[in-house]
Ligand binder design. Structure first.
Ligand code: DGL
Length: 290
């Protein structure tokens, strides 16, 4: 047993810094309600963490827009959330992760986690026949970000990707099941007829809201995977690694803040139904550039 004097001195500065970081907030943004699928998984996995969510509902959808415009929107979102005393930023939007993650990671002094790598990991874990379908916004599909993230982890896979742009307004509108959702799903998913996939990546954070309509169309033999759980796991891993995880009684009780860039009511209606808990005190914000 070494004498206590032989241990390196405790770095009290670093410990104090960790204490401060533990109390800080996890920022999450998406173009609208979709990122709540990721936020819900973060709340379930890390219930002691404070979170601040921004839905850029005035500018949804991001999917059809050019990378330059999406990057500009993402910078606005990140700048706004940075004022919420963040320790970490989660880009809970595949379109934004596909085109703006690098930029945000270079720009910001805090860690930034996207949803594409975690979603790719979920797909690899789920597939048995190595035939994976990917659905997402036009921006995500066009970027090829999922295809390269999956291929980086496993080379011998057959991939097919297709965009389903109308799923986003359906989710924002709360029309997530019923005949319109089912017909829309059937029309889009016909693109995968004959492909023989056993796994379909819901490569847009809005799409899990339409999970039952999509499942009905693709049938039981196809696993539907999304990034929510694996992104929450990546967040936990990072917080553990840095010693930044909120630890309970000694830390302040967690806070939940919600911000939108357009009227709060539609966001509250759809969001609450999905999040399974009331969303109180949603604040409508404007960016200086508006
Ligand atoms: N939920 C987002 C995504 O994951 C964006 C959808 C959109 O705004 O078009 O891609």
């Amino acid at each position: 047993m070494p004498s206590p004097l032989s241990f390196p001195p405790i770095d009290t500065g670093a410990l104090r810094c960790r204490e401060v970081m533990r109390r800080k907030t996890i920022g999450v943004f998406d173009s609208g309600v979709g990122g709540l699928t990721v936020l819900k998984a973060i709340h379930q996995r890390l219930p002691l963490e404070s979170t601040a969510y921004l839905g850029d509902t005035a500018r949804v959808p991001y999917g059809p827009r050019s990378p330059e415009v999406v990057i500009r929107y993402c910078i606005d979102n990140a700048r706004f959330l940075l004022n919420q005393d963040l320790k970490l930023l989660v880009v809970a939007c595949n379109t934004a992760s596909a085109v703006a993650l690098d930029v945000l990671q270079k720009m910001l002094a805090i860690p930034v986690i996207g949803v594409i790598e975690p979603g790719a990991r979920a797909a690899i874990e789920a597939t048995k026949n190595n035939r994976i379908g990917i659905i997402g916004t036009r921006g995500t599909v066009k970027s090829g970000a999922y295809q390269s993230a999956i291929r980086k982890q496993r080379g011998n896979v057959e991939l097919k990707a297709s965009a389903c742009p109308l799923f986003v307004p359906l989710a924002e509108e709360g029309w997530t099941d019923g005949p319109i959702a089912r017909l829309t799903a059937a029309r889009y998913l016909a693109a995968f007829d004959g492909f023989g996939m056993d796994t379909l990546v819901l490569g847009c954070t809005h799409y899990p809201l339409l999970r039952s309509a999509i499942a009905e169309v693709v049938g039981e033999g196809v696993s539907l995977v999304d990034s929510a759980q694996t992104t929450a796991a990546a967040v936990e891993e990072l917080l553990d690694f840095r010693g930044w995880k909120a630890e309970g009684p000694s830390d302040a009780p967690p806070s939940r803040h919600y911000f939108v860039t357009d009227q709060p009511e539609p966001f509250a209606d759809v969001g609450e139904r999905f999040l399974g808990e009331p969303i109180r005190g949603i604040e409508r914000i404007t960016f200086p550039e508006f």
